[in-house]
Design a protein around this ligand. Structure first.
Ligand code: NAD
Length: 367
C-alpha cells in the first residue's frame, strides 16, 4: 500500500490523522516496541508522506537499538508549514489526538523544536527534547546530534582516506539544528568548513567559512547565501564541492543515482535520516567512499533525549553520546574491514547488529 516492505520488526501501528476543521493532517508510526516505548521525532513539513514516516520510524528502531537505549522506534509527521502562525494550535491538536498512544514518545525533528515539545508535554505529559525550565536537556540548543557527528568524525577519519580530522575540509547540506552544531563542533576539532547549503542555496569558500559569523547571518536573514566572503551557488552544487567530508543534514534521498558519481568527498557522515538511496550507497561503497549510516552517525539527539527521559544530567548525556557513537562506529568499521571483499554495505552490517537486539527482545514479547 505504501510501497515499502513490512519486515519482521514492524511497523506495528500506522495512524493517519485528519483534523477537518483546520484541514491539518498527521501521521504516526510506531515501528517496534520490543525494547521499550518507541521514541522518535515529529517532522513538520508540507511534503511529509506516510511512506517517509514509515521509513524514518524503522530507522529509529535501529538507532535506538544499536545505541543500547531502552526504547523502540517511532516517528510522526504533521503535514503543515512549520512557519504557520497556527503552529501552537496544531501541535496541541496533534498531542490530544495521540494522548492514548502510550507506546509513542514524541521528540523534536525537522520543523519542530523544544517549544513544540513543551506544548505537547503540556497536553499529555509525554515528550522529550523539552526546554530546560520544565526538566529538559535542550538537545537542539546544545547541539547533541552535531556533537555526535563530530565524535563520529574523530573516530572514523584515521580509518578512512581523510586520515586526520584536523585540517579536513567539510561540506554540510542544511544549516538547521544539526548542520549548525556539526559545523561548530567539527571546526572546534580543527576541521575547515568550506561549503554550506540551506533550502535557498549554497555558500562556498575553499579557504574556510567562519561558523559563528555564518550562524549570525543565518539567524538574521534566514539564508546562508547572505554570508559575504564566499561564492553563491545552487543548492545541488553543495554535493559537488571539493572536500574531504560531506554531511547531508537536511532531507531524505538527497544523494541518489543522479548526483552520486559527481561526489568528491572521501567520507560521508549521514547527519540527516535516510539521506542516500540504497542504490547510491552501493555506488559509494564500490567507489571506496565510506558512508557512515544515519542511525550510527546522527544518534546524538536520541541518546540525549533518552538520557533526559531517564532523568540523567547534561554531562552524563554528553558522555553517553561520545561513548556510544565512538564504540558503534569502531564496531562497524571493524566488521566492514572483515567483509570488505564481499561488498557488504556499512548500513547492512549496522542493521544486522541493531536487528539482533530487537529480535532477541521480541522473543519475550507477546506481539
Ligand atoms: P532543521 O529544520 O533545524 O534544519 C533543516 C535545514 O535543512 C534547514 O537549514 C533547511 O533550510 C535545510 N534544507 C531543507 N531543504 C533543503 C534543501 N533542499 N537543500 C539544502 N538545505 C535544505 O532540521 P534538523 O533538526 O537540523 O534536522 C535535519 C535532518 O537531521 C533531518 O533529516 C532530521 O531527521 C535529522 N536528524 C535531526 C536530529 C536532531 O537532533 N535535530 C537528530 C537526528 C537526525
Amino acid at each position: 500500500m505504501y510501497n515499502i516492505e513490512v519486515d519482521e520488526m514492524g511497523p506495528m501501528k500506522v495512524l493517519n490523522l485528519y483534523f477537518p476543521k483546520t484541514d491539518f493532517k498527521a501521521i504516526v508510526v510506531v515501528h517496534n516496541t520490543a525494547l521499550g516505548p518507541s521514541v522518535g521525532g515529529v517532522r513538520i513539513s508540507t511534503s511529509v508522506t506516510t511512506q517517509e514516516v514509515m521509513r524514518l520510524a524503522r530507522t529509529m528502531t535501529l538507532k535506538n537499538s544499536i545505541a543500547g537505549l531502552p526504547h523502540g522506534g517511532g516517528k510522526a509527521g504533521i503535514i503543515a508549514d512549520p512557519e504557520d502562525p497556527r503552529k501552537e494550535q496544531y501541535m496541541r491538536m496533534f498531542a490530544k489526538a495521540i494522548r492514548d498512544l502510550n507506546d509513542y514518545i514524541p521528540g523534536p525533528d525537522m520543523g519542530s523544536d523544544e517549544e513544540s515539545m513543551a506544548w505537547i508535554y503540556d497536553e499529555i505529559e509525554r515528550a522529550v527534547g523539552l526546554p530546560e525550565v520544565i526538566g529538559g536537556i535542550p538537545l537542539d540548543e546544545l547541539g547533541a546530534t552535531g556533537f555526535g557527528l563530530a565524535e563520529c568524525a574523530e573516530m572514523v577519519c584515521p580509518y578512512s582516506d581523510v586520515v586526520e580530522l584536523k585540517g579536513a575540509r567539510v561540506a554540510i547540506q542544511g544549516f538547521g539544528s544539526v548542520g549548525k552544531a556539526a559545523a561548530r563542533f567539527l571546526t572546534e576539532k580543527g576541521a575547515i568548513l568550506v561549503a554550506v547549503s540551506d533550502s535557498k542555496g549554497t555558500i562556498h569558500n575553499p579557504d574556510g567559512i567562519d561558523v559563528q559569523e555564518l550562524t549570525a547571518i543565518k539567524s538574521e536573514t534566514g539564508r546562508v547565501i547572505n554570508y559575504k566572503s564566499g561564492t553563491v551557488k545552487d543548492c545541488e552544487e553543495l554535493f559537488f564541492t571539493d572536500c574531504d567530508i560531506l554531511i547531508p543534514a537536511a532531507i531524505p534521498d538527497v544523494i541518489n543515482r543522479d548526483n552520486v558519481d559527481k561526489i568528491k568527498a572521501k567520507l560521508i557522515l549521514q547527519g540527516a535520516n535516510i539521506p542516500a538511496t540504497h542504490e547510491a550507497e552501493i555506488i559509494l561503497h564500490k567507489k571506496g567512499i565510506l558512508s557512515i549510516p544515519d542511525f550510527i552517525a546522527n544518534a546524538g539527539g536520541v541518546i540525549m533525549a533518552a538520557m533526559e527521559y531517564a532523568k540523567k544530567t547534561e554531562k552524563e548525556a554528553f558522555e553517553a553520546i561520545s561513548t556510544k557513537i565512538k564504540t558503534n562506529t569502531k564496531l562497524i568499521l571493524k566488521r566492514c574491514k572483515e567483509c570488505r571483499e564481499e561488498y557488504v554495505l556499512p548500513r547492512e552490517i549496522a542493521e544486522e547488529i541493531a536487528k539482533e537486539r530487537v529480535m532477541k527482545a521480541m522473543m519475550y514479547r507477546e506481539c
